[in-house]
Design a protein around this ligand. Structure first.
Ligand SMILES: [Zn+2]
Length: 457
């Protein structure tokens, strides 16, 4: 019999399991250990012992640490980490911001896609993220979804890339320049190609591909419908941007004669296998539609603040039973990619809109873990329970940020914003605050060289 690979995490000050027991964080266990075997959680509890054979189990001390499930990011455009804080886009609304950035993005190629993805993925990992989606909707100069899939495989992130697309360029009344849009037939063919090449539907999968036309204002009604048919035929999930701000609603009413929720429903874009980014402007009927149909939402609070889009009705969505996860969104509209800070921001924004008791630190952490896992269709992730994937974030509570805290579980009120250690599929990809799977300083240097080249073009 093949030997199991096993790790024992010992003596955590507190473990928030996010399991189905008790309150919103599940069982909260003090002085707790976690045993990992072959990428899966084998045991959670006090006083666990390593395997009998000497040295068979790696032991990691977690005294003074809070342990949570790895966080799940449901919306990103990793390539945008190469266009952070671009001066012309710093203070613009969504549509103007896009028009500033499109010409820069049109100069990207495979190298830019790979390096920017690794930077974005490393940043997510350091902030406690163990599973991320990505939405890549432009493919200039020979770029492919495969470039980002390779980046994720090399760094060891659990990855749910989506094959995005834009098909309506400026000359057809769309927003993007013609050079960044593709023919719809080619888009659908490439969706099939990447699904066949990379999609793994199995439990514990490290790569699941989705289908993701960019937004109602950059693709046709036909493509939205055909993409939904294709996704369901292949058994993969579907993702797009929806109801992001007032301009977006106005566009929908003018061009389609209906609100975004109606547009989505008419074209097959509601259901358990669909999640939409933003949804800042959903009205009560649309919230009911999403709850009824099991449609998920990727809530991106920092991006919504940055672009002045508004405050998404997350409290109302959650109360109605809508699945909500968090997204950092692309690094051109955040400009950070720190998921634990995003969780804090989601808590704060709901309080701005609805009062101090509108969202607790524990609930926001639940959304960041279980919430995201539900949105991405991953019941195997997002909780620390026997049989679930060993995606684990270890937060050192002995530093300045938590000094004086009375409640370690209130990580989002007082706690570190980077992990000490991070496990994905049982592999320790961050150790004592450093990414172990790639040479990060080399990747950052490559990224800065590429950014300089883009800025000089
Ligand atoms: Zn986005």
């Amino acid at each position: 019999m093949a030997k199991t690979h096993s790790t024992l995490i010992k003596n955590a000050q507190l473990v928030l399991t996010m399991n189905d027991a008790g309150g919103i964080t599940g069982d909260e266990i003090a002085n707790c250990d976690i045993l990992i075997e072959d990428g899966v959680i084998a045991s959670v509890g006090q006083g666990l012992a390593p395997q009998a054979e000497e040295g068979a189990t790696e032991v990691l001390d977690a005294a003074g640490c809070l342990i949570t499930p790895g966080l799940v990011n449901t919306h990103h455009h990793l390539y945008q980490s190469l266009t952070r804080a671009v001066p012309g886009g710093q203070d613009a609304l969504l549509f103007g911001w896009l028009q500033t950035l499109y010409p820069i993005w049109s100069r990207f190629g495979p190298e830019e896609m790979y390096v920017s993805a690794q930077v974005g993925l490393a940043e997510l990992m350091l902030s406690g993220c163990t599973t991320t989606s990505d939405h890549l909707y432009l493919y200039p100069n020979g770029s492919k979804l495969d470039d980002t899939i390779a980046a994720a495989a090399d760094i060891g992130m659990r990855f749910q890339p989506t094959r995005g697309s834009m098909s309506i360029g400026e000359s057809d009344g769309g927003l993007p320049p013609d050079s960044l849009v593709e023919k719809e037939k080619a888009i659908l063919e490439d969706c099939i190609r990447v699904i066949d090449a990379h999609h793994d539907a199995s439990e514990g999968s490290m790569c699941r591909v989705g289908v993701a036309p960019c937004s109602p204002f950059s693709v046709s009604r036909d493509l939205m419908r055909d993409a939904a048919i294709l996704a369901r035929d292949k058994g993969v999930m579907m993702h797009t941007h929806l109801a992001e701000n007032d301009e977006d609603i106005a566009y929908s009413l003018e061009k389609f004669g209906c609100r975004p929720g109606q547009y989505a429903e008419d074209l097959g874009w509601t259901g358990d296998d669909v999640w939409h980014a933003h949804c800042v402007k959903l009205d009560g009927q649309e919230i009911d539609l999403f709850a009824r149909s099991g449609t998920g939402v990727a809530h991106c609070p920092c991006s919504n603040c940055r672009l002045g889009s508004g405050i998404a009705p997350v409290r109302a969505m959650r109360d109605a039973g809508v699945k909500v996860g968090l997204g950092v969104d692309g690094s051109a509209s955040n400009d950070a990619g720190n998921l634990v800070l995003e969780a804090r921001q989601s808590m704060l924004l709901q309080r701005v809109a609805n009062g101090a008791d509108a969202m607790s630190a524990r609930e926001a952490l639940h959304i960041a873990t279980r919430g995201g896992a539900a949105v991405l269709g991953r019941p195997d992730c997002g909780q620390l329970a026997v049989g679930k994937r060993a995606d684990i974030a270890i937060w050192d509570m002995s530093g300045i940020e938590a000094a004086g805290s009375w409640d370690a579980a209130a990580l989002l009120l007082a706690g570190p914003t980077q992990v000490r250690d991070l496990f994905i599929e049982g592999r320790r990809v961050v150790a004592t605050g450093q990414v172990t799977s790639i040479d990060l300083s080399n990747v950052i240097a490559r990224q800065n060289t590429l950014a300089l080249k883009l800025s000089e073009a």
